[in-house]
Design a protein. Structure first.
Length: 248
């Protein structure tokens, strides 16, 4: 299995904080957000064979400096071939380009700006049992928060029955996180999706399409997941992790 960390966005909703640096490098309790994500991968047993960080050309040098400072020698940086938001490939196309070169590998996909307390071992174990596309799930704190994410309904076996990205009228607070596991060969589904000319910017759009083509399962996280999309959510997450670390 390989891991792909998506960090290619420009995060305009977080301006001015992200005008000159990527969201994944914003500090949470004094450390870059992406440090927390990478630690989840490094602590896996057995360790992840290959970690790929997908970013954009504008922030490539900042990520290279972060790699050097953190001494993350096992992380491969792959920038999208675009230098502006107008030219960017979108997360789904960027993922497809990476996976297309690793067709025989299972793929773990994580957002570089999401924070969660759960360890990844249980999620990967569930994926291996089902050996089908798998999405991490958690409960949003309100329906208003659900509208900003992906509303999900599952059956008793965890099979996804409904998945709606950015729902106008959510029926539940169950949300799909940008934490996915795909069996080898998912490149064919990604190619099929892109050929339809569908949206490429939000990864959840691919899941919204995929569950209608084949079985996709949801794995319930034990804890909350912070999706850093606004200044308010950034401040809330920063306060939680700062307070939590101070209490240790």
């Amino acid at each position: 299995m390989i891991a792909v960390v998506l960090a290619g966005g420009y995060a305009k909703r977080l301006w001015p904080l992200t005008m000159d640096r990527p969201k994944a490098l914003l500090p949470i309790a004094g450390r870059p957000i992406i440090d927390y994500v990478v630690e989840k991968l490094i602590s896996l047993e057995p360790p992840m064979r290959r970690i790929i960080l997908s970013t954009n050309q504008r922030f490539q040098l900042q990520f290279q400096k972060w790699l050097e400072i953190g001494k993350y020698y096992n992380i491969e940086l792959i920038p999208e071939k675009s230098s502006s938001e107008q030219e960017k490939l979108g997360a789904i196309r960027a993922l497809a380009n990476i996976v297309d070169k690793a067709t025989m590998e299972d793929v773990l996909v994580l957002a570089g700006d999401s924070l969660f307390a759960d360890e990844l071992g249980s999620f990967i174990h569930f994926f291996c049992e089902k050996y089908a596309p798998t999405v991490a799930l958690y409960h949003a704190k309100s329906l208003a928060e659900t509208r900003k994410g992906s509303m999900v309904k599952v059956d008793e076996d965890g099979r996804i029955l409904e998945f709606k990205e950015k729902p106008l009228h959510p029926k539940t607070t169950l949300v799909g996180a940008c934490l996915y596991a795909f069996p080898s060969g998912i490149n064919r589904r990604l190619s099929e999706y892109l050929q339809l000319g569908l949206a490429t910017d939000e990864p959840g759009r691919f899941i919204e399409w995929l569950y209608k083509q084949e079985s996709v399962f949801g794995f319930m996280l034990k804890d909350y997941l912070w999706d850093i999309g606004t200044i308010d959510s950034y401040r809330t997450a920063n306060e939680f992790f700062r307070t939590n670390q101070s209490a240790k």
